[in-house]
Ligand binder design. Structure first.
Ligand code: CA2
Length: 149
C-alpha cells in the first residue's frame, strides 16, 4: 500500500484561478489537485486532497490523518495567521508537515508575515506559486523514504 499524504487547503482557495490571478496565478484548485495526483503517482504516494472554508473541517481532516497518513501538506490560507486550533491539531500529527503558500506572504501585508502553523511545520514553501505543492510532495517523499513506482 502506498503511503498516504493528505493535502489540505483553507478558505477561499476554491476560487484559485478565478480571481486575483496576478497574486495566485491562473491554475485552478482542480488543476492543483490533478498535479498533486500525478506527482503522487510518480512518487508512489496516495494523495487525499481537500479544501474547506470551515476551520473545523480542516481540523477533522488533520485528526483523520493521525495514525493513518505518512505526511501532511497544508495551505491553511487565512487560517495561517489566525488559527491556534489548527496549530493544536497539527501538534497531534507525528509525521512531516509541509506548509505551503502560493504567494510570497513576506512581500505582502504585515499581518500575513506571522504564521501559527510554521512552528510545527517540518518545512515551509512560500512564493513558488502552485509549484509549491509539487515541491512539498517531493520533500515529504524524501522525508518518509517513499519508494517510487
Ligand atoms: O499565498 C497563499 O497561498 C495564501 O495562503 C493564500 C491565502 C492568504 O490569506 C494567505 O495570506 C496566503 C488566501 C487564499 C485565497 O485564495 C484566493 C484565490 C483566488 C482568489 C481569491 C482568493
Amino acid at each position: 500500500m502506498s503511503p498516504i499524504v493528505v493535502v489540505l487547503n483553507g478558505p477561499n482557495l476554491n476560487l484559485l484561478g478565478k480571481r486575483e490571478p496576478e497574486i495566485y496565478g491562473h491554475e485552478t484548485l482542480a488543476d492543483v489537485e490533478a498535479d498533486c495526483r500525478r506527482i503522487g503517482a510518480e512518487l508512489g504516494l496516495s494523495i487525499e486532497f481537500h479544501q474547506s472554508n470551515r476551520e473545523y473541517e480542516i481540523i477533522e481532516w488533520i485528526h483523520g490523518a493521525r495514525d493513518r497518513a505518512a505526511g501532511v501538506v497544508i495551505n491553511p490560507a487565512a487560517f495561517t495567521h489566525t488559527s491556534v486550533a489548527i496549530l493544536d491539531a497539527l501538534h497531534t500529527f507525528a509525521g512531516p508537515i509541509i506548509e505551503v503558500h502560493i504567494s510570497n506572504v513576506h512581500k505582502r501585508e504585515a499581518f500575513r508575515h506571522h504564521s501559527f502553523v510554521s512552528g510545527v511545520a517540518s518545512g515551509i514553501i512560500v512564493g513558488c506559486g502552485t509549484q509549491g505543492y509539487d515541491l512539498a510532495l517531493r520533500r515529504i517523499a524524501k522525508l518518509i523514504g517513499a519508494k517510487k513506482g
